[in-house]
Design a protein around this ligand. Structure first.
Ligand code: ADP
Ligand code: MG
Length: 256
């Protein structure tokens, strides 16, 4: 199982849309078995996959209980090859409790849990909150790869250096195999400054940028209201097209 964190300290850059789209396309188009982990208390990924609930176990239980039953935490979705771990607001208090519990390691809990199911999936995709907290550090420790969605606007670069620093520290201290794959330009609209923004990412941040850009599409908001992945709601939309190309580029880069 290859584990990929989708992450950015900013909200609204399409982390959730990217996670949902990659999960859906890897599974439905490429036949891969995917475990999607919602690591954001807002639970938007969980809602799209129809598993958001306060009656069922969530990632908070996984973080708190060393003997948590993964069979109860991992849920099936309406897609045959997609399973999911939901998040809800209980992750907020769980994070505080993890920080207070030094009786066992705090940063390796997600990794330890995911290792137990790694033979059951080809990919594990983790949708993260716009933050650096103990949940996010757990995600970086558990991951092989990182993808940073970036929406180019005047504030696009806020927090990117801090994020890169956190990735570097995690690699040095806890997860030597962590690989920053690159930035994915989202909500692309061919406006002035987008090309310069991309240059900045390459030169100043020293971070690769995926060739595929995800175009802005009005259909994306409609798909969110319907609770459907964009490639299912509107296969012909620019965003669905681009996410499909992006997943192909991602798979190609793995082979190369
Ligand atoms: N390619 C796109 N075209 C149109 N709207 C988009 C696109 N990507 C993201 N959005 C919209 O931007 C908002 C933030 O996206 P989301 O995936 O929730 O970001 P994040 O998880 O980073 O906060 C949502 O309303 C989403 O529908
Ligand atoms: Mg999100």
């Amino acid at each position: 199982m290859k584990t990929v964190s989708i992450i950015n300290l900013k909200g609204g850059v399409a982390k959730t849309l990217t996670t949902i789209s990659m999960t859906h396309i890897l599974s439905e188009k490429h036949g891969k078995r995917v475990l999607v982990v919602d690591n954001d208390k807002q639970g938007n990924t969980s809602k799209t996959f129809g598993i958001h609930s306060y009656d069922r176990k969530s990632i908070a239980d996984l973080m708190l209980d060393r003997n948590a039953n993964l069979g109860e935490i991992i849920q099936h979705t309406r897609y045959p090859r997609i399973d999911a771990i939901q998040a809800n607001m209980s992750l907020l208090t769980a994070n505080m409790q993890v920080m207070m519990d030094s009786s066992r390691p705090q940063q390796t809990r997600l990794r330890a849990a995911l290792r137990k199911v790694s033979s059951q999936y080809d990919y594990c995709l983790i949708d993260n909150a716009p933050d650096i907290n103990i949940s996010i550090i757990n995600a970086l420790v558990a991951s092989d790869e990182v993808i940073i969605p970036v929406k180019i606007d005047p504030y696009a670069f806020d927090g990117l250096r801090e994020l890169k620093e956190q990735i570097d520290v995690t690699r040095e201290e806890l997860n030597p195999d962590l690989h920053l794959l690159g930035c994915l330009i989202t909500c692309f609209q061919h406006i002035d400054g987008e090309r310069q923004g991309e240059e900045w990412l390459r030169k100043n941040l020293n971070c690769p940028v995926f060739t595929t850009h995800i175009r802005y599409s009005g259909k994306v908001v409609e798909s969110a209201f319907e609770g459907l992945p964009i490639a299912e709601y509107s296969k012909r939309s620019g965003a669905a097209h681009d996410y499909s190309d992006f997943v192909s580029e991602y798979l190609q880069s793995e082979r190369g």
